[in-house]
Design a protein around this ligand. Structure first.
Ligand code: ADP
Ligand code: ASP
Ligand code: MG
Length: 444
């Protein structure tokens, strides 16, 4: 029997919510997903450490499914090998190659668990199966069959070690992968499929911070963050969680707890809540700040079309071809024409699509009508996020002032209900993030 991720399961999960564990350290028996990222399984010593973390939860009486990433650096190396073999490689074969990192760690972790005296079995995406769409390299999970895992929890007290990042496209039988950082999504999807009480994400930081703690040492760990805010943080550059994993968590109401795998399992007191961040429903958060966090991304590129005809249909003639080419346009700024004849139009695209976007616009030049195309890849997008912005005016205005005082020029602005984003010169990224972090009272 398949547990449908986008259908029946949603109702079941919501219905089961009151039975879930209340806090991170609640000693009640429950069902857990524990996901370990690349640095957490970087070598055999770290894998042994992970096995002891898993043992700690098994000894506490929990049923556990583990989701493992590839060893840190492995996926990068596999991706590079594909590029070296051929720049224009077949995406199906790319997936065959890059999925292998998780095959290794899931097997090694099962071995390490067995060495700890724990009954454990590894599962590749095709074995469960984790069924996905056919979009190789960025596939979406459609179904996970969790039945066998649950049966084995009950009958054999067996820990499941699931290879993250990978699945199978059922019609073709080919291995697929979920896009970089996709093990987070595997973990949340497995949690939804087996109706886990919680999905614990073990990584190299002890939670979600107000901004990347590697860039801003004054960043503060958040006790809780709402799904919607985490979704914005992740999609605007905070790579601590893959975007898709938060979408799934939100739809299936899976509570996600981000914590560190670098604590020694032996030092953890099961009666004390461990440090970490709970990603949960907005309603669970009592004290809401106006600004929760700041995200940034240097993977942006700016394209400006100079002296473009200022007449109806021009925007369509530019953005139509870009959409057809599957290029995501993010920020758009158009000047009000001074002479009523021509104007300037600026927009951003992912840096990876920069050349393709310029080519696409260039080919449509005859239809659009413009003088010149300018572009820049040394730009960064800084985003300020907070549910509290819904009910507070003037939050962005303060940022404009603070950045102006630092001599930082803003090239483009976009706003939505719970966030605003500013495009600036990439050289000022760290300064801008630190300035806004202090401005909104986020420094620790
Ligand atoms: P894993 O390999 O465990 O999946 P990742 O490297 O994908 O780990 O994600 C963890 C990293 O995310 C951290 O080392 C940190 O530098 C980065 N990061 C970016 N933004 C944030 C944030 N707001 N809070 C915590 N970590 C963040
Ligand atoms: N190993 C994959 C990657 O590096 C998936 C993951 O770690 O989440 O992108
Ligand atoms: Mg990750």
């Amino acid at each position: 029997m398949y547990t449908r991720l986008f259908g029946r399961l949603r109702g079941e999960l919501v219905a089961s919510a009151p039975h879930r564990m209340q806090g991170a350290s609640t000693p009640n028996m429950g069902r857990l997903v524990m996901k370990f990222g690349g640095t957490s399984v970087a070598d055999i010593e770290r894998i042994r450490n992970v096995a002891r973390h898993v043992k700690r939860e098994v000894d506490a009486g929990h049923e556990v499914a583990v989701v493992a990433s590839a060893m840190a650096g492995t996926t990068n190396r596999l991706v590079e090998w594909c590029r070296e073999a051929s720049v224009l490689h077949d995406a199906r074969e790319y997936d065959t190659v890059v999925a292998s990192g998780e095959q290794v760690t899931s097997g090694l972790l099962a071995i390490a668990l067995q060495a700890e005296g724990i009954n454990a079995r590894s599962w590749q995406g095709w074995q469960l199966p984790i069924s996905t769409s056919e979009a190789h390299a960025s596939a979406r999970i459609l179904d996970i069959n969790g039945t066998e895992l649950v049966k084995r929890f009950k009958e054999r007290s067996e820990v499941a070690v699931v290879a993250g990042f990978q699945g199978i496209h059922p019609a073709t039988g080919r291995i697929t992968t979920l896009g970089r950082g996709g093990s987070d999504t595997s973990a949340v999807a497995v949690a939804a499929a087996i109706r886990a009480d919680r999905c614990d994400i073990y990584t190299d930081v002890d939670g979600v911070y107000t901004t990347d703690p590697r860039v801003v040492p004054r960043a503060r760990r958040l006790d809780k963050i709402a799904f919607e805010e985490m979704l914005e943080m992740a999609s605007l550059g905070a790579k601590v969680m893959q975007v898709r994993s938060i979408e799934l968590a939100m739809v299936h109401q899976v509570r996600v707890f981000v914590r560190s795998s670098f604590d020694r399992p032996e030092d953890i007191d099961p009666h004390v809540s461990p440090p970490g961040t709970l990603i949960c429903d907005e309603s669970e958060i009592m004290e809401q700040q106006v600004v929760t966090g700041i995200a940034f991304s240097k993977d942006e590129a700016q394209i400006s079309i100079r002296r473009v005809q200022d007449k109806p249909g021009v925007a369509a003639s530019i953005f139509g071809p870009l959409a057809e080419a599957n290029i995501n346009v993010d920020m758009i700024v158009q000047n009000v024409s001074g002479d009523g004849v021509t104007t300037d139009l600026t927009f951003t695209v992912p840096a990876a699509d920069y050349e393709r976007a310029k080519g696409t616009v260039d080919r449509a030049k005859g239809r659009i009508g413009y003088e010149r195309l300018d572009g820049a890849t040394d730009v960064a997008k800084i985003s300020v996020i907070g549910i509290g912005m819904r009910s507070h005016a003037g939050v962005a205005a303060n940022a404009f002032r603070a950045l102006a005082e630092r001599g930082i020029n803003i090239r483009a602005i976009t706003t939505s209900e719970i966030k605003f984003s500013l495009l600036i010169d990439a050289a000022f990224t760290e300064l801008a993030v630190r300035t806004l972090h202090s401005l909104y009272g986020l420094d620790k």
